[in-house]
Design a protein around this ligand. Structure first.
Ligand code: GDP
Ligand code: MG
Length: 751
């Protein structure tokens, strides 16, 4: 006992044995106790012995035989185990239940490392004496050993050979019966075993070959005598078993020889595999004993669970269905392995998932750098670890569990990937919009000649490239979910939508610039036209012969209309040209032009109203009047003399100027006598006009149907009342001028 032995348990494995220490395993591990309870510490034992991770690289050898035939002694000699043996004095049963121990014999140089992973099972012997007539345990332990072991050592005294009725034969009959029972259920899964006869206390007088013959005859006889289940009537003993025989000298009488031959026999177990070509050949001399086909193909890490399952089936007298047991084992272990391999995976992936969830909650669109590489690494490590551990188990179950694990993991990775794509999308759209806006601003600073279309195209290209690059560095090659095509399409669509919005804004800017241009042009040209009113010598009806004479006042509106339509046409042309340069649709252009015309009319109307403000107009009328009254036809100022017909000149000039008032009161073209063709000029609203387009438009009388005013009203510049008032006030001003002229005429005389 080692009271201070440290606990060997460091975490869970194989689902068994959480609370055992090395001290508990001094004699190996009692897999099944005398109450037929299975020991939950088997896993802990295999862990301690370093076998749990051995995969298929371990071997299981069991021993059978009557009670007190030196079985435990033999195993201890062969494998250096410390199974309890009967003391020479007491002679009572020692081994209870089923024990297991790892081989402790150092392997001599040259022997392969197979020795490390040999497990030996010491099965309680039977002869009916110690356990009464209870054959139950004998059957159960035989079945258990057959379901798990590669080699069954049958331990037999030499003097028992040939005693067909002896206890050994009863045991062998049991072994064959349970074997048939086992493989009836598991016909698809027949595994051969080696029945290895060790003949004890061999005196040497009868050669082993003779003993062998006798035993084989007995075995055949037992086999023939068995009632075989339907379908297996014709089966032969050799279908299930290989046989080997060895004889050992008397341990007490020839201790040295005994030890020497036991040593030689032990070597044969540890040497590695027998030449498969010699499979089934009976040999008792010196060749290795194990064959790969004896192996039960239960991975070491699954052995504790499997053994427990098998024992539970056996102990509850259920039919032992090994394929089902193996499937159950595979399910259990694959689930455990899935959990294990998810631990390092989660260490990498969970923080990313949390980060992403936080960012989403905070409305942040942040990109996880090298996401694809990280995910691919975590995923491939996980799948490789899973394959390494789980692929040893039942193939179909393994495949299914692998699929489940992959689906689970890929679901999470896909979420990360899509989250990343969503963030890339959001960022990309923002960046694109921002970049275009900035470039336009920079362009505007340099003058309005920037190429909006080019800006949008090159920014769009950059945005797509960046998105593509982000997708490429976020996906995991060869996974069905690593497909960003739909996201890319969505992204493209959004870029187009943003482009359309930006283009609309650009259109608005263009429209504003055009309107401003029209307004300033009109300001100047229309201002000049109105200023001409001040020149009375070009009075109503006076011939306008162009160059030298100022323009006629009578066609004021014609000239204004021409200035207006020319100016707007020019602006329209430039607008259309520029709008097309950045790919505005014909519809958009049409709407833009329509708006421009309406707005321009508003600008003109505003300008006219400015010019027609009472003070301005009165001033112009006075100028017009004075020009006629105070200057002669050659433009020379008159010096009033008393003889002059001041009154006549005054009356003519006044009447002439007063004629302007009704002319100015209505926007009428002299050439048609009617209002300008405003409705036709503006044109009908294009079908594509939206509410937003119309929002800032001022209604125009006679053009807009819903507008109560008529075109006549739209073209009314001065109401009748205002015109009359203006005339009155003008007359008063003119009267003042006249009085002054009169005074100056008289004054000139007095001087
Ligand atoms: P088990 O019940 O089959 O495991 O038998 P044990 O190993 O406990 O041994 C039973 C008794 O047989 C012990 O007293 C041993 O000393 C003795 N014994 C062991 N090996 C031999 C042997 O080869 N020949 C003889 N004659 N006695 C042996
Ligand atoms: Mg024993």
């Amino acid at each position: 006992r080692h009271p201070t032995a440290p606990s060997v348990m460091n975490g869970h494995f194989a689902g068994l044995g959480e609370n055992a220490s090395a001290a508990d395993f001094e004699h190996g591990v009692q897999i099944v106790d005398q109450e037929k309870n299975f020991n939950e510490n088997l896993g802990a034992y295999l862990q301690m012995e370093g076998i749990i991770r051995a995969g298929f690289n371990y071997h299981l050898i069991s021993v059978f035989g009557s009670q007190s035939t030196g079985k435990s002694t033999l195993l201890n000699f062969l494998f250096g185990t410390q199974f309890g043996v009967m003391s020479e004095q007491e002679r009572r049963q020692t081994t209870k239940g089923i024990w297991m121990s790892r081989n402790k014999k150092e392997h001599a140089s040259g022997e392969r490392r197979m020795a490390d992973n040999i497990l030996v099972m010491d099965v309680e012997g039977t002869d009916g004496r110690e356990r009464g007539e209870d054959q139950d345990f004998e059957r159960k332990s035989a079945l258990f050993a057959l379901a798990t072991s590669e080699v069954l050592i049958v331990n037999i005294w030499e003097h028992q050979v040939g005693l067909y009725q002896g206890a050994n034969m009863g045991l062998l009959k049991t072994v064959f019966e349970v074997n048939l029972q086992l493989f009836l259920k598991n016909a698809s899964n027949i595994t051969r075993s080696l029945l290895f006869f060790v003949i004890r206390d061999h005196l040497g007088t009868t050669p082993v070959s003779n003993l062998k013959q006798t035993l084989i005859q007995d075995l055949q006889r037992i086999w023939t005598g068995l009632s075989k289940p339907p379908g297996l009537e014709k089966s032969k003993i050799e279908d299930y078993f290989d046989f080997a025989f060895v004889a050992l000298p008397h341990k007490i009488l020839q201790p040295e020889k005994f030890e020497q031959e036991v040593r030689a026999l032990g070597t044969r177990f540890r040497e590695g595999y027998k030449d498969p070509k010699r499979a089934g050949l009976v040999d008792e001399q010196s060749e290795p004993i194990l064959l790969p086909e004896y192996h039960r193909r239960i991975p070491a890490d699954g052995f504790p669970i499997y053994a427990r399952g098998v024992w539970e089936q056996i102990d509850s007298n259920k039919d032992l269905d090994l394929p089902t047991q193996q499937e159950l084992l595979a399910q259990f272990r694959c689930d455990e392995i899935s959990k294990e391999v998810l631990v390092p995976f989660d260490e990498i992936i969970v923080p990313l998932e949390e980060q992403q969830a936080q960012d989403v909650a905070a409305g942040k669109a942040s990109i996880i750098a090298k996401l694809g590489k990280i995910m691919a690494g975590a995923r491939s490590t996980l799948m490789a670890s899973f394959e390494e551990e789980a692929s040893r188990y039942h193939k179909a179950v393994y495949k299914r569990k692998q699929g489940e694990l992959e689906t689970k993991v890929d679901g999470r990775l896909k979420t990360l990937f899509q989250g990343q794509m969503t963030a890339a999308h959001k960022n990309g759209i923002n960046d694109f919009s921002e970049a275009v806006t900035q470039s336009v601003k920079a362009g505007q600073k340099k003058g309005s000649n920037y190429d909006f279309h080019k800006i949008v195209q090159s920014e769009k290209e950059r945005a797509l490239k960046r998105f593509e690059a982000e997708a490429q560095s976020s996906l995991v090659a060869n996974t069905p979910w690593s497909d960003h095509k739909s996201q890319l399409n969505l992204y493209r669509k959004d870029l187009d939508a943003v482009s359309a919005r930006l283009r609309k804004e650009e259109m608005r800017r263009l429209a504003t610039r055009s309107e401003r241009w029209v307004r300033s042009k009109l300001d100047e040209s229309v201002g000049l036209a109105f200023n001409a009113l001040g020149s009375g010598r070009a009075g109503s009806g006076a011939p306008a012969d162009g160059q030298t004479k100022p323009p006629a006042t009578g066609d004021l509106w014609d000239r204004i209309w021409t200035i207006f339509t020319d100016t707007v046409s020019h602006a329209e042309e430039r607008f259309a040209e520029r709008a097309q340069s950045f790919d505005a649709s014909p519809d958009e252009v049409e709407v833009g032009l329509w708006r421009l015309r309406r707005k321009s009319w508003g600008a003109l109307r505003g300008k006219i109203d400015d010019e027609m403000m009472e003070g301005n107009l009165l001033l112009k009328l006075r100028e017009n009047f004075e020009d006629k009254f105070r200057y002669d036809d050659d433009g020379v100022p008159r010096i009033w003399r008393p003889t002059d017909d001041i009154e006549g000149l005054y009356t003519r000039a006044r009447e002439s100027t007063l004629e302007l008032v009704p002319l100015l009161a209505r926007f009428r073209l002299a050439r048609t006598g009617g209002p300008p063709p405003l409705e036709a000029w503006i044109g009908e609203a294009p079908a594509e006009v939206t509410a937003a387009d119309e929002e800032d438009l001022v209604p125009i009388g006679g053009v807009d149907e819903e507008e109560a005013r008529t075109l006549e009203e739209e073209m009314t510049i001065l109401s009748d009342g205002k015109a009359a008032d203006l005339s009155t006030r003008f007359k008063k001003t003119a009267d003042g001028v006249y009085v002054e002229a009169k005074r100056s005429a008289i004054g000139g005389m007095t001087q």
